[in-house]
Design a protein around this ligand. Structure first.
Ligand code: MN
Length: 229
């Protein structure tokens, strides 16, 4: 047998708008069930079900303009447009004020989801990893630095082949960005380079081979990607 070579994996990065630096991605955390209308469209009850945390591998990140092969092991790939927080600092058991100080920037992301596997996992009481944490499941646009943009009630939207599918405003989030970081930092010591997907508004739906996806949040660089034909 020939000698095995152990090469360090290339660290995923994200470009920063109007800045020559690149943001090194450390980990990806996600919040589920953070918009009431989306909880209802998934058959849930927002008054009874708390937002839920899960993760994706850091190398699930793909950048603006990517062509993504239709994923393995699914016939029901779904889009979920989300605000993504990028951390420049971290810590455990953060206060809301400390949490805000950790934020380096924001981006538009899509939490790609194998919905058929998620339904199977929910029915079986199993974790969501295979439904959420698969290869290329985290397309994310360029970051806008937090010094240039603050989440308020901006419009968040996603179109497939120029047809509007998802539309909401960021003030509809159940946990706001500081509350998300406070709760997450009770579970994990947050680190510089961590990204956090903050949940999706209603209107999630399937993607097909050949689809062109366009995701926007007012004031952030847009995200476009395609599913390979
Ligand atoms: Mn999501």
């Amino acid at each position: 047998m020939s000698e095995l070579l152990f090469t360090a994996p290339r660290a995923p990065t994200l470009p920063i708008a109007d800045d020559s630096r690149h943001f090194p991605v450390h980990r990806i955390y996600c919040v589920g069930r953070n918009y009431a209308e989306h909880v209802r469209e998934m058959g849930g009850t927002p008054e009874r079900q708390r937002p839920v945390f899960f993760a994706k591998p850091a190398d699930a990140v793909v950048g603006d303009g990517a062509v993504i092969p239709y994923p393995l092991a699914t016939s029901d790939l779904h889009h979920e447009v989300e605000l993504v927080i990028a951390l420049g600092d971290g810590g455990a058991q953060l206060s809301a004020a400390q949490a805000r100080q950790c934020i380096a920037g924001y981006a538009v992301g899509v939490d790609l989801t194998r919905r058929d596997l998620q339904h199977q996992a929910k029915d079986a009481g199993q974790p969501w990893d295979t439904a959420k944490g698969f290869d290329r499941s985290a397309p994310i646009g360029a970051l806008r630095l937090a010094s240039q943009w603050t989440p308020q009630a901006q419009r968040i939207a996603l179109s497939v082949n120029d047809k509007l599918c998802q539309e909401g405003t960021l003030d509809l989030m159940i946990l706001d960005v500081a509350q998300i970081l406070v709760e997450l930092s009770e579970l994990f010591e947050l680190q510089p380079g961590d990204l956090i997907f903050t949940g999706t508004p209603h209107g999630v739906g399937p993607l097909q081979p050949g689809d062109q996806v366009s995701a926007q949040i007012d004031g952030l660089p847009p995200l476009r990607f395609a599913i390979a034909a």
